[in-house]
Write a protein that binds this ligand. Structure first.
Ligand SMILES: Nc1nc2c(c(=O)[nH]1)N[C@H]1C(S)=C(S)[C@@H](COP(=O)(O)OP(=O)(O)OC[C@H]3O[C@@H](n4cnc5c(=O)[nH]c(N)nc54)[C@H](O)[C@@H]3O)O[C@H]1N2
Ligand SMILES: Nc1nc2c(c(=O)[nH]1)N[C@H]1C(S)=C(S)[C@@H](COP(=O)(O)OP(=O)(O)OC[C@H]3O[C@@H](n4cnc5c(=O)[nH]c(N)nc54)[C@H](O)[C@@H]3O)O[C@H]1N2
Ligand code: SF4
Ligand SMILES: [Mo]
Length: 666
């Protein structure tokens, strides 16, 4: 029997592998033996016919790929890199990479190629939360753990659908409910998560800042402020208080679409429950004001001292299995390594540690900027930007201009592979080992369960081969993931709050390790004066507006059994299909007005493009709002490419569209 962890979502469930079968690990603290359908079917995806098993190459994206070998492919890539200015090279990584992969890619990019253009799909996902935590707490730090819900009285879930996106955590919420936890769900859709709520608030898309500011104002007006906490630990209270004197309360409530009674019901629960956790994901992050939405929520915890206290705090629910590990390593273009930025002293420390010189002193291109930057070499690893970036017609035009696109993938059917010149076969989950950090800072270990397919290589090794071909043998001579992890651990000592050095690779085989608990115990903030910052933010209505021509707002998101583009989950043998891959939720009244019936084929059109889908008529969505799951691979042909100005995360959840009924094909 081998113990490992699931490689899908940020919950990070423990599992056991025995005789070709996976079961949940009963002794594992996070999931107590439970797994969702994705976890159970991890093994199925290894054995699919759509695995990428050999290197492939072509001169031109209009030609067919030809099978190649590692030696030639790596040489072609290294030669091109040698002849390219470092500012024209980009690494497009993924929150699904293991920590060791991230470490090697980041070291190569920032440390040796001297480009900070090393970013990740987490930009489209968690970057608003990262920036907000840094602005408010002074550090990218999740100050709560999932199990804290058992010490809490009230869980506010805002802009997250745990029932489908963090399934096993959702089961834990249900368990905590049986022990008295109350749950409020705030979402424009009455989701499966809302079904377990004690109070459901059908907020209008994009109105979260208005709602959260109204709550903050009430906290101040009704003296629910924890003055002792604020005095000792928090900046900007007077400023915020003064600003809230002049906010247009009636207009703000109107924008939320909620009634006064609904707001009062919320307020009563908020006031009466001493211990409160708030949890959020894409409903807040993916917005033209994603950072501000986060800050408005964190304000509530700072004002009431409901942070760094058992059963309290703002719990950002990271989506991918190792987006957190990537953040710790420094795999975003806006940080250097181990939580360091680009200050002189940080660069010096990192240069000394890596034994290199000339690290660039400013942030590199973000994932959402790379395609527009006229790059000469783009290396995409473990993610599918053509599928996932917004305004796809534009991204397709942009990627065609890049002379060398290298795609490292374990499967052959990504959308980006249509635009790559070289495809390199990576070793997927189950055939490799390494570490990952789940959404509450718990580091877990993935184990190799089956043999590695002959011509596939783990992601770290692919970056190492490129580094070696470029001549960096000394810095890139890792024999296995353990050696990488140990070098990384040593590096975390440069920034001791990242106490990852306290565990060991061997120890992680036996039990998970959570870093950073001391930060909570000692109530540490990492701002200049070591106090947390309140921020006054307002809903600036920056997102795309609906119009007569485009009268609906489209939001997008997940369904329980599908993983994004579905290279791993859209398989004939996958166990369950709880929901279709392709549907469009539309309110009963809107459908009636358009003469659309259940399952009718429809076309959804925005200024940028169009897609087809199938109507799913329901009362569980706000009027004039539609929802399309991202398992419809075409969804980003119609999404808008506005970005949050601080995090540069896309505004995926605010797209003006119109709907047309299509003729049914006989
Ligand atoms: N099954 C499955 N699970 C996954 C994934 C997957 O692909 N499949 N992906 C993982 C990843 S990478 C991520 S990031 C997470 C995402 O996890 P979630 O964010 O929980 O998943 P989404 O379906 O995107 O849900 C976002 C919710 O926000 C709501 N929403 C949209 N706009 C607004 C708004 O303006 N305000 C509010 N309050 N709510 C709004 C939507 O209706 C939706 O219910 O899931 C992770 N888990
Ligand atoms: N409209 C809209 N767009 C969105 C979102 C949304 O909510 N709405 N959400 C955004 C968010 S939060 C996210 S996280 C992104 C997700 O978007 P992506 O990251 O593009 O989605 P995935 O399908 O998970 O892509 C992972 C890729 O890695 C490959 N792969 C699997 N295993 C391995 C391996 O071991 N090694 C390597 N090298 N490759 C492997 C898979 O085959 C797949 O092609 O989408 C973003 N885009
Ligand atoms: S909840 Fe997440 S980590 Fe747990 S089994 Fe499901 S996909 Fe895997
Ligand atoms: Mo994500």
């Amino acid at each position: 029997m081998i113990k490992s962890v699931c490689g899908y979502c940020g919950v990070g469930c423990g599992l056991e592998f025995e005789e070709d079968k996976l079961i949940g690990d009963v002794a594992y603290p996070i999931n107590e033996g439970k797994l969702c359908s994705k976890g159970i079917s991890e093994l199925v995806s290894i054995q699919t016919p759509t695995r990428l098993l050999r290197p492939h190459i072509r001169d031109n994206i209009n030609n067919e790929y030809k099978v190649s070998n590692w030696e030639d492919s790596i040489k072609i890539i290294a030669d091109k890199i040698k002849n390219t200015d470092s500012s024209k090279i980009g690494f497009y990584l993924s929150g699904q990479l293991l920590t060791e992969d991230y470490y090697v890619a980041n070291k190569l990019g920032k440390g040796f190629l001297k480009t900070n253009n090393v970013d990740t799909n987490s930009r489209t996902c968690m970057s608003s939360a990262v920036v907000a935590y840094k602005k408010s707490l002074g550090i990218d730090f999740v100050p709560v753990k999932m199990d804290d819900i058992f010490d809490s009285n009230l869980l506010i879930i805002i802009g997250a659908n745990t029932a489908e996106a963090h399934v096993v955590f959702h089961n834990r919420i249900k368990k905590a409910k049986r022990k008295g936890l109350k749950v409020i769900v705030i979402d424009p859709r009455f989701t499966d998560t809302a079904k377990i709520a004690d109070l459901y608030l059908p907020i209008k898309v994009g109105a979260d800042i208005d709602f959260l500011n109204l709550v903050a104002k009430r906290i101040i007006d009704e003296d629910l402020v924890d003055y002792a906490f604020v005095e000792k630990y928090v900046n900007n209270f007077e400023l915020l208080k003064n600003k809230f004197k002049r906010i247009p309360v009636t207009k703000m409530l109107k924008r939320t679409g909620l009634s006064k009674e609904q707001f009062e019901e919320f307020w009563t629960m908020f006031k009466e429950n001493p211990n409160i956790i708030s949890a959020w994901t894409m409903g807040l992050n993916q917005s033209s004001q994603g950072v501000d939405k986060n800050l408005a929520l964190i304000n509530l915890h700072l004002l009431t001292g409901k942070i760094y206290k058992k059963g309290n705090g703002p719990l950002s629910l990271t989506g991918q299995p190792n987006a957190m590990g990537g953040r710790e390593v420094g795999g975003l273009s806006t940080m250097l390594a181990v939580h360091f930025g680009f200050e002189k002293e940080s660069i010096q420390k990192v240069e000394e540690f890596w034994n290199t010189k000339g690290i660039q002193n400013k942030a590199g291109l973000t994932a959402t900027q790379m395609l527009e930057a006229n790059l000469d070499v783009l290396i995409v690893c473990h993610t599918d930007p053509i599928y996932h970036l917004p305004n796809r017609n534009k991204t397709e035009e942009l990627i065609k201009k890049i002379p060398m696109v290298v795609e490292i993938n374990a499967y052959e059917n990504s959308e980006t592979s249509k635009y790559a010149h070289i495809k390199l076969p990576a070793t997927p989950w189950g055939e490799k080992e390494g570490t990952q950090t789940n959404l509450d800072r718990t580091i877990t270990k993935q184990e190799k369960l089956t043999r590695t397919s002959i011509d596939c290589k783990p992601d770290w090794e692919i970056f190492q081969l490129i580094a070696q071909e470029l001549g960096f043998y000394e810095a890139f001579s890792f024999k296995n993931p353990q050696e990488i992890f140990e070098e990384y651990q040593e590096m975390t000592k440069l920034n001791p709050h990242l106490n990852i050095y306290e565990t060991s690779y061997e120890q992680l085989r036996k039990e998970p390790f959570r870093w950073g608990d001391k930060i909570i115990e000692e109530k540490l903030f990492f701002t200049e004066n070591e106090k947390a910052n309140l921020h006054f933010v307002e809903n600036k209505l920056l997102s795309e507006r609906t119009s007569l021509e485009y009268p609906f707002l489209m939001i997008t998101g997940r369904t329980r059994d599908q993983w994004h583009s579905g290279t791993k989950t859209n398989l004939p043998r996958t166990l369950l299909k709880y929901k279709d891959l392709d549907f469009c939720e539309i309110h009963t009244k809107n459908a009636k007005d358009l003469g659309i019936e259940h399952n009718d084929p429809i076309r959804i059109i925005s200024k940028r493009g169009e897609i087809t889908s199938k109507a799913f008529i329901t009362d569980n969505i706000n009027m004039d709002t539609i929802f399309v799951p991202i398992s419809n691979r075409d969804v980003n042909y119609i999404t808008n490419d506005l970005l949050d100005k601080d995090s540069l995360e896309p505004d995926y959840n605010h797209n003006a569209v119109r709907i047309e009924k299509l003729k049914k094909t006989p």
